[in-house]
Design a protein around this ligand. Sequence first.
Ligand SMILES: [Zn+2]
Length: 304
Amino acid sequence: MRKQRTLKEAIKASGIGLHTGKRVEIELIPAPENHGIVFHRADRDVFIEINQENVIDTTLATTIGKNNVYIKTVEHLLATLYGLHIDNVLIKVWGDEVPIMDGSAAPWVYLIKTAGIIEQDAYKKEIIIKKPITIKEKGKFVALIPSRNFEIHYSIHFDNMFIGKQKIALEINEKTFIKEISKARTFGLLKDIEYLQSHNLALGGSLDNAIVVDEYGIINEDPLRYENEFVRHKVLDAIGDLSILGYDLKARYLAYKSGHELNNKLIRKMMADKDSYEIVGNPYMEKKIAAAVWANLEYKQKLT
Ligand SMILES: [Zn+2]
């Protein structure tokens, strides 16, 4: 179990919203222990805490909201905070969407690393999965199963031959997040983007913040950052979605063709089944509880 962390200094940034196409200012401010991740719609003076109840839409992007005030596309920033173990921060946004930056988490990693990270006194609580939670739906599959570490096993299968089948399996920690996941960009099929833009969506989408693919290949001139960048971006999105739990997750997350919507359903299904998880706080007492949970697991996965 680790200590909680926050930023050493505040970070100011601005950029374009992927869906609205509007320029947005954002500021990340250090916060005390046990504060959690809280957004503040600064132009409307509404605070939106990161938790399951405040996730109000998961189509195309993850939108959080409260009292009819919302902020879109929070997932890459949330994934970065989780990946770098930043637990306490106030995020002020002067607009209704987090800037998309280059479509990946790399600019957030850079800004946070530049500002610096400090460790706080309180421990970060963990959530341990005690039995498998699975959802199968329309040829898609997603699951959380017991594991001592946070691992992701992800596969995608697109009809488009340039995306095709890709898979990845890795343990998520600060190092693997930065190296293997953070640089993977948002992607889309040209026909889908044209359709979205004709319906006033993805208005900020461009080759500067997304990989765009059509039936002849990748349209962007700059090369892919990873050979299987597409599935790695899906991992980034999943980390953002799972971070909404607010705890360090100890589980193996499995996904086949998942997305924000299914990830959210999975979290809700888990939270509704109180026997499926245990929240572990105090590091001394809780080590014992965690050990007991492990000893009593009815389900033991093969560690292969
Ligand atoms: Zn994404």
